[in-house]
Design a protein around this ligand. Structure first.
Ligand SMILES: Cc1ncc(COP(=O)(O)O)c(C=O)c1O
Length: 302
């Protein structure tokens, strides 16, 4: 089944959507992106796009920072995405990648007076971290300080360095620390610990991407399990002694962490709270929990 892209204000086959070699964003990382999940509900035969508006709100904020003039309202972006997903017609979990980028084929490091554009495409994509529980390593590459809080392509270089370093060292995923050595996040996920039966996660000053899944998990834990989340600075050693630990992210969903730096977390199995959150989250994102349908945009199959 072919994938489609929204490119230069048109829906076209993904294989035909190409950019020139001098495109500014390619050289200087001057683009803002999103990752949005479409979750296939096999009983209802439809895909649910999860927290679509929130993803585009984050994209719009990133565009403000990068002086990208997004020519669409949030409603229009949502509508374009629904049409694109309908056109693709995938009957499986999908991933949508919107990108607002400095499209001028012009060199020079700057943001002003460089034309921009918006594109989006859809691909089928199953689990991001292809493991039931991840073995993690703390990377020597740190989360840089004083960077804009947005999903800006150029900011991902430390994450890529961290990921490759830890994969090449035999782990599944990297955990990154802040420049002063506190826990920040994974290379593409936020991180939670369970300590004394409560959720603990880095606070906003710890320099991570403010995840939509992070927000979802905090709400579900509070409303459905009565579990409070403490947002605070986390020391590296607390990772090793936590009762449970897991990643959250649009691509990674909730991925349990079994081991960090060759130390088992708890007994090295998926913890009880993590398991309950995984089950809840999986129902919510597939439109199976009526209480949270506001977060789900259904896309009907033709
Ligand atoms: C660096 C980083 N942190 C955290 C996240 C999780 O954010 P979200 O839950 O909004 O996908 C992502 C993924 O988008 C990410 O790339």
């Amino acid at each position: 089944m072919p994938s489609y892209a929204y490119f230069h204000k048109q829906f076209i086959p993904l294989s035909e959507a190409k950019i020139g070699v001098m495109t500014n964003a390619l050289h200087y990382g001057t683009a803002v992106f999103e990752g949005i999940r479409g979750n296939w509900n096999s009983k209802q035969k439809q895909i649910y796009l999860f927290r679509l508006r929130e993803h585009y709100e984050r994209l719009r904020n990133g565009c403000r920072i990068l002086k990208i003039d997004l020519p669409y309202t949030i409603d229009e972006l949502c509508q374009i995405t629904v049409e694109l997903v309908e056109m693709c017609g995938f009957q499986e979990d999908i991933y949508i990648r919107p990108l607002a980028y400095k499209s001028a084929e012009r060199l020079g490091v700057r943001l002003h007076d460089v034309e921009d554009d918006f594109l989006a495409f859809v691909i089928p994509w199953g689990p991001y971290l292809d493991v039931d529980k991840a073995r993690c390593g703390i990377s020597s590459w740190r989360r840089p300080e004083e960077t804009p809080r947005a999903k800006i392509t150029g900011l991902y270089i430390n994450n890529a360095l961290a990921k490759s370093e830890t994969i090449e060292n035999g782990f599944d995923e990297a955990i990154m620390l802040t420049s002063d050595g506190h826990v920040s996040e994974g290379s593409g996920e936020n991180i939670f610990l369970v300590i004394d039966g409560k959720l603990v996660t880095p606070a906003s000053y710890d320099n991570f991407l403010m995840g939509i899944t992070r927000h979802t998990v905090i709400k579900l834990a509070q409303k459905e399990l009565g579990i409070e989340t403490i947002e605070r600075r986390i020391d590296r050693s607390e990772l090793y002694t936590a009762e449970e630990c897991f990643f959250t992210g649009t691509a990674a969903h909730i991925t349990p962490i079994a081991e960090i730096d060759h130390r088992k977390i708890g007994n090295g199995e998926i913890g009880e709270i993590t398991k309950r959150l995984q089950q809840l989250y999986s129902e919510v994102i597939r439109g199976n929990n009526p209480k949270y349908l506001d977060w789900c945009t259904p896309v009907y199959k033709r």
